[in-house]
Design a protein around this ligand. Structure first.
Ligand code: ATP
Length: 893
């Protein structure tokens, strides 16, 4: 690889054939064909063979394999084949599900590929980072992940954090001059930026020299291949349950064996029956149901605009107790419009949609807003202006446009030579402009005395700290106490209306840089603008949903406390109108902060560090916190929060990388929708476990009780395995995709520390198991004729009843709020139920299955009777659910 850092910027551009206009689209296309897409080879993905191997080495499957080997030794070929069929079926099912889940997650990850701003065909375009090629010119700004290896061409305080490559956590200042030593370590190449590092500060322009595997990160990509995919907490708990059941299965099998032998059954037969019983206890379908439920859940969330980056987050979402949200763009639309310009001695209202006749004295303030501005305007197909860049800045451009100013023309007269970019701690930004000879001295009702003109815009409180003069109708006056007070008051009045307020100020300079001293000092305050940003339509009801769901919404914003309070009030975020600022938070002790966070739900003028402190304190108090963030400095808070939520549209790449979930539409309501999906997923898994364990308990009790009741063993191993396959397998899968219940968002969040199964769940499993056993045994006793042991109709009745009771159990367990037979709410369930029902009838009636099951056919009335058992089970289950829901509803009132 060439030593790009030793070449001058010009030489690098020349050798990569890239002029000031960047590459042409056709050249970029050609190079893409040569160099390939800018991506690292798939890393971290699980090898499919390994995935398959893991399916067959799970505890549950190993038990089955042992059972098959034993039955093979006993010469029971049919049983061996049946058990092996189950092994293969569940193994393949599990594999397919996991493979699909893995693919789905990989696809989700690919969706977060950032777009970059590249110069092509002479204009700046949004290009997918995947399509970058050597020779492309890329614009960088704070918050970008560096999308390729690049030579820096321009740097405005560009600082890059390169920990991913060098381990150095301090951001490195980048510059453009060539370096002399060819074999410098990467960390010292200050004129280069590398793929996978983060722009921490400033702005820059850089030339792509290497993409994809040809980058420094690409060289070490192989080392990153093995990313361990950890089990989610829920998967761990389910695994433990599986192991417990394996032990219980073993105990049940031992009891069965002893009972059978004591009642005179042949040992060999009993052995197989015992093994089949053990198999019946183990919920083989569980791993497949878990994987698919989580993965389908993640996909469902995607359709609701929530992109999950980490699978465990899917289940954590269901436990969220607090959502800390930014205001701008998340609670509001981020559609900014300037409605007021305040010029100290005159207020100009900008009525949206109407042309304005701004007096000339407004020009200076508007020009500052236009010059100190990184956004651009383009015209869309409807002839309306479209903002490229920050909406706040876009609003300022539109306002100045409406007063007759053009950014390009103004920048020709006052070209930018230096800048101090915006950051959310200073809450302001400054640009320095050269005053050209062509600048007409009366254009802004202001005649520059010096060669350079600095424009600063930012939060009014932040500007007043560094201003010492105020501009009033073409004159400067010292910024007296009275003026200070009056300006703050005007600011408050605008903020109280929910407006974002920006102050505009300037300073004249003899030199473009102020030699070690800050340019942001001794400013002249020129005016302020009030900008409205309406709350999003869906947010008010989402906030209300949050509150019925036991989730506390909290607003954390960089904006003014009065603006924050006004919007919070409009959205009914809290009854407590108190708004605390970051400064106030800093003066609180830990104990005071602990008290404050449980009371106050509006935080304003907050820095990213304050955000982190708030999250940590909430977590200390036991809350599960979802926290939104968009800026480069939000990463620590996003990583610390239980669910870090990044903005898909306005968020920086760095915030996205630190997050668990990305909001594709930046909308608060989407977080609430994702929480609902999280709860649904959990409900469905518990539903499956309850269903499966209740039914299995029923089977075990039936098997253990018939010898005690003086009857032969109830079911043959094959019959047992069949029932197991139908219920655990088919019905279980159907139950895993139920829709939200009527009260999903009307109950408190689930504690993540709580046991997998609540007392109520265990009670359910016990009584439903006993009920199924009693009904089934009742049928057996009714039809068992001790004088005619050859008549096996009693066995068919037991087989049929157990099957139908379990189908009824599944119907009864369906999501609360729908009729049990609702098709549209979950077609898969109905399909599985019909299939199970058909297969159950086939086992009883189809002659070719006789040699497997040996079940004599039932008459129609006998069939109806056994199906009646299913209906009774369904009704009992539904009664129980409704009883609990009623009780809870009454408790709530
Ligand atoms: P939220 O946290 O609710 O999303 P925010 O992220 O928009 O709010 P910041 O971007 O930190 O908040 O802005 C804080 C303050 O900085 C604003 O109230 C405004 O006064 C000022 N500000 C915002 N954008 C700019 C900008 N482009 N240039 C100068 N000042 C700005």
């Amino acid at each position: 690889m060439e030593n790009w850092h030793t070449q001058s910027a010009e030489a690098t551009k020349e050798s990569l054939g890239s002029g000031n206009n960047g590459l042409s689209s056709s050249e970029a296309q050609k190079r893409l064909a040569i160099y390939g897409h800018n991506e690292l080879l798939d890393r971290g993905g699980k090898n499919p063979l390994r995935m398959l191997w893991e399916q067959f080495t799970q505890t549950m499957v190993l038990i089955l394999i042992a059972a098959a080997v034993i039955s093979a030794f006993l010469g029971k070929d049919l049983e061996t084949i049946a058990i092996m069929a189950i092994v293969v079926l569940f193994g393949v099912l599990g594999f397919v599900q996991e493979y699909r889940a893995e693919k789905a997650m990989a696809a989700l990850k690919r969706m977060v590929v950032p777009t970059v701003r590249a110069r092509r065909n002479g204009s700046v375009q949004e290009v997918s980072a995947r399509d970058l090629v050597p020779g492309d010119i890329v614009l960088l700004e704070a918050g970008n992940v560096v999308p390729a290896d690049m030579r820096v061409l321009e740097s405005a305080n560009l600082r890059v954090q390169e920990a991913a490559l060098t381990g150095e956590s301090e951001a490195i200042e980048k510059q453009t001059a060539a370096l002399s030593k060819p074999d410098m370590p990467i960390g010292d190449r200050t004129n280069m930026v590398y793929l996978g590092t983060n722009v921490a500060h400033g702005r820059g322009v850089a030339l792509v020299v290497g993409t994809g595997m040809q980058t420094e990160l690409g060289k070490i990509a192989d080392l990153l291949q093995e990313v361990e995919t950890k089990q989610t907490p829920l998967q761990q708990k389910l695994d433990q349950l599986g192991k417990l059941l394996a032990i219980l299965g073993f105990v049940a099998a031992a009891m069965m064996l002893i009972l059978g032998v004591l009642t005179g059954e042949p040992l060999e037969d009993m052995f197989l029956t015992a093994v089949s019983l053990a198999v019946a206890v183990v919920p083989e379908g569980l791993p497949a149901v878990v994987t698919i439920t989580l993965a389908i859940g993640a996909q469902r969330m995607l359709t609701r605009h929530a992109l999950m980056r980490k699978l465990p987050a899917v289940e954590t979402l269901g436990s969220v107790t607090i959502i800390c949200s930014d205001k701008t763009g998340t609670l509001t639309e981020n559609r900014m419009t300037v409605t007021t310009v305040n010029l100290q001695d005159e207020v100009i209202e900008f009525t949206p949609g109407e042309s304005i006749n701004a007096p000339q004295k407004a020009n200076l303030a508007l020009a500052i807003g236009m010059l100190c501005n990184d956004s651009l305007l383009s015209t869309n197909s409807d002839g309306e202006p479209d903002i490229i860049g920050d909406p706040t800045e876009g609003a300022l451009l539109i306002a100045a446009n409406r007063a007759g100013m053009q950014k390009e023309k103004l920048e020709e007269l006052l070209p930018r030579v230096h800048e101090q970019p915006f950051d959310s701690t200073r809450k302001r930004m400054t640009t320095v402009h050269k005053v050209t000879a062509a600048f007409p001295s009366d254009a802004l009702q202001f005649t520059p005395q010096a060669s350079y003109f600095a424009c600063t815009k930012g939060a009014v409180d932040s500007l007043l700290k560094i201003a010492d003069k105020v501009w009033i109708n073409g004159q400067t006056e010292p910024l007296s106490e009275e003026w200070h007070e009056q300006l703050l008051q005007t600011n408050n009045q605008l903020a109280q209306k929910g407006m974002r307020v920006l102050g505009l100020a300037f300073r004249e300079l003899q030199e473009p840089a102020n030699h070690g001293n800050s340019i942001e000092d001794k400013l002249t305050f020129a005016g302020m603008v009030g900008i409205i940003d309406p709350p999003r339509a869906a947010v008010k009801s989402a906030v209300a949903t949050c509150r019925t769901a036991g989730i506390r919404p909290i607003m954390i914003t960089g904006d003014h406390p009065l603006t924050a309070a006004a919007i919070a009030h409009e959205l009914r975020i809290t009854e407590n109108p108190e708004a605390l600022t970051g400064e106030m938070l800093n003066n609180l002790s830990e104990a005071e902060l602990e008290e404050v966070v449980s009371r106050v739900s509006i935080y304003a003028r907050v820095s990213p560090e304050d955000k982190l402190r708030i999250v940590e304190m909430l977590q200390k108090k036991g809350d599960i916190v979802a926290m939104t963030g968009d800026g480069v400095n939000d990463s620590p808070a996003l990583k610390t929060a239980n669910i870090g939520v990044a903005m898909g549209i306005t968020g920086t790449d760095v915030a996205k990388e630190a997050s668990d979930m990305v909001l594709l539409d930046d909308n608060f309501a989407t977080i609430v929708a994702a929480v609902e999906e999280g709860r649904v997923i959990y409900d469905n898994l518990i539903r499956f476990v309850k269903f499966s364990l209740g039914g299995n308990l029923g089977k075990v009790l039936v098997m253990l009780c018939t010898p005690l009741l003086g009857m032969p063993i109830a079911l043959t191993p094959l019959q047992l395995l069949w029932l197991n396959l139908l219920t655990d397998g088919l019905m279980g899968l159907g139950l895993g995709t139920e829709p939200p219940e009527a009260d999903t968002m009307n109950r408190a969040p689930r504690s993540p520390d709580s046991a997998l199964l609540s007392k109520k769940d265990i009670a359910y499993i016990s009584w439903s198991g006993v009920l199924i056993a009693i009904i089934t045994l009742g049928m057996g006793i009714l039809y068992f004729d001790p004088t005619n042991p050859e008549d096996l109709r009693w066995q068919t009745m037991i087989f049929a009843t157990l099957g139908f009771a379990q189908i009824g159990n599944a119907f009864g367990l369906r999501a609360y709020g729908y009729t049990p037979f609702s098709f549209r709410s979950n077609p898969l369930f109905i399909l599985m139920a019909v299939l199970t029902f058909g297969l159950q009838l086939a086992a009883i009636y189809a002659p070719f299955l006789d040699k497997f099951f040996g079940l004599p056919a039932l008459t129609l009335s006998e069939l109806a009777l056994s199906m009646g058992a299913g209906v009774v089970t369904m009704l009992a289950v539904m009664l129980e659910t409704r009883f609990y829901k009623k009780k809870k509803a009454t408790n709530h009132n």
